[in-house]
Design a protein around this ligand. Structure first.
Ligand SMILES: Nc1ncnc2c1ncn2[C@@H]1O[C@H](COP(=O)(O)OP(=O)(O)O)[C@@H](O)[C@H]1O
Ligand SMILES: [Mg+2]
Length: 415
């Protein structure tokens, strides 16, 4: 490449037209690159601001710099092949060379933000309001108390007078209806499903409005054979999508999702459908058990879902005499929090009442309000409403800014 031309790919003034037969302009190359989609972020590499300079030699050799979120990006080869194929197909191009660089932290979060809104623009509309805070409760493996944390946190938030949705996304291992003491069948009308509701007395302000829980679970779905079969045929991610799109949730301050254990596709589906979702990782105090929990946090981040914190459950049980029994070890929550660089938001003690109350459909947070576990769950709820994920003020402008941004992006894409 002897004579090269360096054009800032973001410069709208850059020349596009060239004499016929000559190599294309850098701006033209950039236009073609709009067709290269980052399969993970589901957006054009141009839109994601991943193109870092385009050089076109007089001999028709083109060099394209691509900034990746991480240099170890597994999709690197695929993006390279796409760039080569698109640019190589342009008249006048004799060679295509792709070089890589890594995005700075700031560029990375900007790209993720764009990708999230972008993904949303192409995703089906959910019935979850944009003003609802969404918290996915996940764990590396079953039996650590994911459902117990979900229902007690939901009940604690509702006991502050809030409206809280609970989506039992653990489709096959559902336990939320039993733990919250709701039963019956979900009602439906005009193709939509209505959540089962339950009121919760306001414990923070006894004169204030009651809180509400809106529960949706596989365990509450119609029990006729064909409907059950239909749901069984759906892959997990699709079933969760159905719950988000077909359920008439209505206004909610929070939506808590009891995530199924395992795979990352459920997180990806969630991130795509509800880009505002954040993840809470539940773990036990056993230090050795953190590997799988780390993996869950990794998967969430790969879907650009923020991990907002860690909850250690089954922490040391303290007798009224002050004697402490660390049945399942100690330090696991703090170790995980440090490893995944997220705050440790709470430690819920091991307490037989948690289990007994769950079996009775009366979450310990509402049943044994002065017990250590109830206090720990309430402290967790307060931490979340105070600073981790404070409720969005309906009249505030934050949600509108988000909506405007989404609308602008949608307009830009169609325009
Ligand atoms: N802090 C706790 N103290 C005592 N028992 C608990 C506690 N947390 C959960 N359990 C019990 O442990 C079992 C597993 O909890 P669960 O919430 O169903 O876990 P997961 O949803 O992760 O599978 C249940 O029987 C539950 O009642
Ligand atoms: Mg469970």
């Amino acid at each position: 490449m002897d004579a090269t031309e360096h054009i800032d790919p973001n410069d709208p003034e850059a020349p596009v037209h060239r004499t016929a037969g000559a190599p294309p302009s850098a701006a033209a190359v950039r236009e073609v690159l709009r067709g290269v989609i980052d399969p993970e972020l589901r957006a054009s590499v141009v839109e994601l601001d991943m193109i870092r300079g385009i050089e076109v030699g007089a001999d028709g050799a083109v060099a394209v710099g691509v900034a990746l979120t991480t240099l170890g990006c597994p999709l690197r080869a695929q993006i390279k092949a796409e760039v080569e194929s698109k640019v190589g197909g342009m008249p006048g191009v004799t060679d295509v060379a792709v070089t890589y660089s890594e995005m700075t932290q700031e560029q990375k979060s900007a790209a993720m933000q764009r990708a999230r809104w972008n993904a949303r623009a192409g995703a089906p509309d959910t019935e979850v309001p944009a003003t609802t805070r969404v918290l996915a409760v996940a764990s590396g493996k079953g039996g650590v108390g994911k459902s117990s944390v979900t229902v007690n946190l939901a009940a604690a938030l509702a006991s502050q007078g809030r409206t809280v949705g609970v989506l039992d996304a653990d489709i096959w291992g559902f336990s939320v209806p039993r733990m919250l003491g709701v039963e019956g069948r979900l009602a439906g009308s005009d193709g939509k499903i209505h959540p089962t509701e339950r009121t919760v007395a306001n414990l923070s302000d006894p004169g204030g409005a009651d809180g509400r829980l809106k529960v949706v679970s596989m365990g509450l779905l119609v029990d006729d054979e064909s409907t059950a079969l239909m749901w069984r045929g759906l892959i997990l991610a699709k079933a969760v999508e159905e719950f988000l799109v077909k359920v008439r949730w209505g206004e909610m301050d929070y939506l808590l999702i009891d995530m199924p254990p395992g795979t990352g596709d459920i997180q990806m589906a969630l991130a795509r459908l509800l880009p505002q979702a954040e993840m809470l990782v539940v773990t036990t105090p056993a230090r050795a058990a953190q590997k799988v929990a780390v993996r869950v946090a990794d998967m969430a981040r790969r879907s650009y879902m923020k991990v907002c914190g860690v909850v250690e459950n089954m922490s040391a049980f303290v007798t009224p005499e002050g004697e402490s029994f660390a049945v399942f070890g100690s330090g696991g929550g703090a170790a995980l929090a440090q490893e995944i660089d997220a705050p440790l938001l709470g430690e819920i003690p091991l307490e037989p009442a948690v289990s007994a109350a769950g079996d009775d459909g009366r979450p310990v947070v509402l049943d044994r309000v002065d017990g250590a576990a109830a206090l720990a769950f309430r402290a967790l709820a307060e931490r979340i409403t105070a600073d981790v994920l404070p409720p969005i003020e309906m009249a505030g402008c934050t949600a509108r800014i988000f909506e405007t941004a989404a609308a602008n992006l949608a307009a830009k894409r169609t325009g």
